[in-house]
Write a protein that binds this ligand. Structure first.
Ligand SMILES: *Cc1c(COP(=O)(O)O)cnc(C)c1O
Length: 473
């Protein structure tokens, strides 16, 4: 009898599991320390109730960021370890460029040390001072580089993106009317480019539909305006398209991904997210003349255009990560982990931003602690309480992060007062998610007895990193 060789890959199991299992097993571990409540109280006090100032060894589960925190695969590690021995720089570069060309479909690829470096190069080359750049919401470094280049940032995302309760399936979409208005008002030659971010980070990883991408691309083309993607989380976006958009279910992820990319003139990417590496990024474009200008500029800031200041091992790890990020089983497990944590919180009555996105769950601290005013820093307090309950580190995204108005010196009072739980890729198991959810439900049960905070130290800028607080009760 012939040995067992299935003709098709086995899809296990025959029934449909409620939660997608992790499609990998764990080969190397990093021990985590379970701390006592007393130890956590001391640590939080030392950190001035600022979760950024906690020491990692006092954190059990770290939901601070999904950037550069992914677990790499055995193949990525193997490639990295062998890269310097077995590949010349140009072989590593070729392998990286060939892979990105193949998956994304852009002929010209320029590695950079991370995403913001790609944004720096692109903005400086493509924006003339005084020109507009249309975006869907904003990412901090994207906007910063557009403005540093003299650009005028404009947000043309749909209104639903700003409403934490709106259940739109593609909350990252651009509003075509807002974009047309801008072009009509300022003239197409005054719009440097349209910057469309896929799976909008600041909205919690909210996707853009393929239909919306086609519409926006058509508007750009008819006015001769370049369309650039911030494709940092484009693979996760492709998964949402497959799940949520009509007639997409039968298509493969690489196929959807490739069509998505076909509408852009260029992309900037932070490889620290989708590409499952700890460092790296790139720019890719279709136009040879534009590429030459980008390359010239990059030379002064990023190193040689063939490495972007990265080592051979970083280039091959990115190439391998790019192949792994489009694996549907991986993406399903990734997105469903986020959905699972969101569901456990929602089922327990915890107010969260709906629907949950691709990389984070946001808790609405205003509705969690309705008895506190925004001046009492409810999200900051809640992040501290979650840490005390279970050693889970989260981040404030509310009045502390928003800072002060430089003119009046008053707090900015943002509309959203949130706590962010960002899930690293391939790092935590369902047991970790259960523990995090249970800790938050324990805090929720005693929410009425939770008081506010007083800020006792405030740095002049980016206060959320280093400000210190004391509980008022
Ligand atoms: C992280 C990120 C960036 C910046 O990338 P870095 O690698 O951190 O420099 C840009 N855009 C988006 C959407 C991001 O999430």
């Amino acid at each position: 009898m012939a040995c067992f060789e299935p003709e098709q890959p086995l899809a296990l199991p025959a029934w449909s599991p409620e939660v997608a299992p992790e499609p990998y097993r764990i080969k190397a571990i990093e021990p985590l320390v379970l701390t006592t409540r007393a130890r956590r109280e001391a640590a939080l006090q030392e950190a001035g109730w600022n979760t950024f100032l906690l020491r990692s060894q006092d954190v059990y589960i770290d939901f601070l960021t999904d950037s550069g925190t992914s677990a790499m695969s055995s193949t990525q590690w193997a490639e990295m370890l062998r890269a310097a021995e077995t590949l010349t720089y140009s072989e590593a570069y070729d392998r990286f460029v060939e892979t990105i060309r193949g998956l994304y479909g852009f002929p010209y690829v320029l590695p950079t040390h991370q995403g913001r470096a790609a944004e720096h190069v692109l903005s400086q080359v493509m924006i003339r001072p005084g020109q507009y750049v249309a975006n869907n919401m904003y990412f901090t470094t994207t906007r910063e580089h557009q403005e540093r280049a003299g650009g005028i940032f404009v947000d043309v995302i749909i209104d639903e993106a700003h409403d934490p309760a709106a259940k739109h399936p593609f909350k990252g979409n651009m509003d075509p009317e807002k974009l047309r208005d801008l072009i009509r008002r300022e003239g197409p030659e005054q719009v440097a480019y349209v910057c469309l971010e896929l799976n909008v980070n600041m909205a919690g990883g909210q996707p853009v539909s393929l239909e919306n991408v086609r519409t926006i691309a058509e508007i750009c083309r008819s006015h001769g305006i370049p369309l650039i993607f911030d494709a940092t989380r484009a693979a996760e976006n492709a998964y949402f398209i497959k799940m949520r958009e009509p007639d997409m279910q039968a298509r493969s992820i690489p196929d959807i991904f490739r069509e998505l990319m076909s509408y852009a003139d260029g992309v900037t990417v932070s490889a620290k997210k989708d590409l499952l590496v700890n460092i790296g990024g790139f720019l890719a474009v279709r136009d040879a003349a534009l590429y030459r200008r980008l390359e010239q500029f990059a030379l002064r800031f990023e190193g040689h255009p063939a490495d972007g200041g990265l080592a051979r091992r970083d280039l091959v790890a990115m190439a391998q990560g790019a192949r792994e990020m489009l694996d549907e089983d991986y993406l399903r497990s990734r997105i469903e982990q986020v959905a699972y944590l969101a569901a456990r919180l929602r089922d327990g009555g915890v107010p969260i931003v709906e629907p949950p996105g691709g990389h984070a769950v946001f808790i609405d601290a205003r509705r969690f602690l309705p008895h506190l005013s925004q001046d009492q820093f409810p999200a900051q307090r809640l992040a501290g309480e979650i840490y005390l309950a279970s050693g889970v580190r989260t981040m404030e995204r509310g009045i502390v992060s928003a800072g002060r108005d430089p003119k009046t010196g008053r707090h900015k009072y943002p509309r959203l007062e949130l706590v962010r739980l960002t899930i690293p890729r391939r790092v935590y198991t369902q047991g970790h998610l259960d523990l995090a959810a249970e800790g938050i439900l324990e805090v929720f049960a005693r929410r009425e007895r939770i008081g506010g905070l007083r800020m006792v130290f405030e740095p002049p800028t980016l206060r959320f990193f280093t400000a210190r607080f004391e509980p008022t009760v």
